[in-house]
Write a protein that binds this ligand. Structure first.
Ligand code: FAD
Length: 407
């Protein structure tokens, strides 16, 4: 017969957990269930990211990302303080490495003014007072509000709080089919009848949305983010976070260096087109049917070449070679050598949504709805930073659809 719940959340990444928390705050008495396909939290993007709480400087005024990132970062810091989670308020620098970067730095300053982000614009000397080894060209921005957090500790704490609040989290429960008229999902653990469903399935959100005939204008391109570690002897070269000036037409921030909450310094991540949504190894996790679809979407993007997409693909593919990877890190830290970069097993996949009608990468978070469901489609960076404010916005959008009783 299966089980019943008023709100069903698919996916226990940061977005699903934050949505469930927001629902519990608003509806203390309703039944809330999260279905997660893995045996624990943190297997995918939410447990494999850089752990940086972004300030909101990258996003234009008036965008959802700008608003939820700045608000979300504040809330995540307060959450960390309240629950004893390690969060270092280190700040970060974004540095020009060529004359072409200077115009984008101005645009970032404009965003900062508009979004209420605290920054200082510094010359080379000012930047080197913060990061003595940084290879800056003329100018950089110091973002005072950026922090680094223990991302997995946030996930574990949210799970514990939700379970204390009587939210049921079911692991090993991948949603594999949906009966829409019956409002029932099927999983290897049995069936769940729901009043209203939130699809927060991260890299699989488009697939889940398709059961509902939603997300039809999009394909998902997985991009692999690999990291190297700095040799521990070279860790003192990085005080906190050093980022390049990004290409504002693309959603990736560029290879950066970050001192993690545990003191190791990571360089990365790349944005290399991947062979599958969970292709964490060279071939491990590659799915051939999926690779074919990915290849097709990729080739259309390549031909259309919006925002210099070809250049992105060429330069990112090159980063499988350590020499090319080092070259991108050397823009930030010119004194670093190949021996200073140590391979490591940290790797993540960014599930990037492509608009297949317009052949462009989607930059914003995207929601689509049906009468009894809402689908979170492009939960890319900075969804971790934003999660607590993002969840509020997501639940607001579904607010006028109170769950129909799930009998
Ligand atoms: C390399 C990298 C670096 C990043 N750095 C940062 C950063 O520094 N700061 C920042 O703010 N953001 C960063 N991000 C982005 C951020 O990590 C993601 O935007 C965020 O974690 C997305 O959360 P999510 O809950 O949507 O996805 P996920 O964490 O992937 O969670 C989705 C969950 O849904 C489950 N699931 C999937 N399909 C099903 C199904 N059919 N049934 C049941 N469950 C299912 C999955 O198992 C998974 O646990 C980074 C991302 C990457 C990859």
């Amino acid at each position: 017969m299966g089980q019943s719940t008023d709100y069903l959340v698919v996916g226990a990444g940061i977005v699903g957990l934050a949505v469930a928390r927001e629902l519990r705050k608003r509806y203390p008495k309703l039944r809330i269930t999260i279905l997660e396909k893995e045996a624990a939290v943190g297997h995918h993007a939410s447990g494999r990211n850089s752990g940086v709480l972004h300030s909101g400087i990258y996003y234009g005024g008036g965008t959802v990302k700008a608003r939820v990132c700045t608000q979300g970062a504040r809330r995540m810091k307060a959450f960390a303080a309240e629950h004893g989670i390690h969060c270092h308020h280190t700040g970060k620098i974004i540095i020009a490495t060529s004359p072409e970067d200077l115009a984008t730095l101005e645009r970032l300053q404009e965003n900062a003014r508009h979004n209420g982000v605290r920054i200082e614009v510094l010359d080379e000397q000012g930047i080197r007072q913060i990061e003595p080894f940084a290879g800056v060209f003329q100018q950089g921005i110091y973002c005072l509000d950026t922090a680094v957090i223990d991302a997995k500790a946030v996930l574990y704490k949210l799970v514990a709080l939700l379970q204390d609040d009587d939210v049921s989290i079911v692991f090993n429960a991948q949603v594999i089919a949906v009966d829409i008229p019956a409002r029932t999902v099927k999983t290897p653990q049995g069936e769940w009848h729901y009043g209203y469903l939130f699809n927060c399935a991260g890299a699989f959100a488009d697939q889940v949305a398709r059961y509902f005939e939603r997300g039809l204008d999009y394909a998902l391109l997985p991009f692999k983010g690999i990291y190297f570690k700095l040799h521990p002897q070279r860790n003192p070269m990085v005080r906190a976070n050093i980022y390049p000036v990004p290409n504002m037409g693309q959603p990736f921030l560029g290879v950066h260096v970050t001192r993690s909450i545990h003191g190791e310094v990571y360089a990365g991540p790349t944005a290399i087109p991947a062979l599958g949504r969970e292709n964490y190894g060279m071939l491990q996790g590659a799915k051939w049917g999926e690779s074919w679809r990915t290849g097709y979407a990729l080739s259309r993007m390549y031909r259309a070449n919006r925002h210099n997409f070809r250049k992105l693909v060429h330069s990112e593919l090159g980063k499988y070679r350590k020499k090319d990877f080092l070259a991108s890190v050397n823009k930030l830290l010119p004194d670093l050598t190949g021996e200073d970069l140590v391979p490591c097993d940290k790797v993540g996949i960014r599930p990037q949504l492509v608009n297949i009608r317009e052949n462009r990468l989607e930059m914003e978070f995207i929601l689509e709805q049906s009468p009894d469901s809402l689908h979170v489609l492009n939960a890319i960076s900075p969804a971790f930073t934003s999660a607590l404010a993002l969840a509020e916005w997501i639940v607001d959008q579904a607010h006028h659809h109170a769950p129909r009783p799930a009998t």
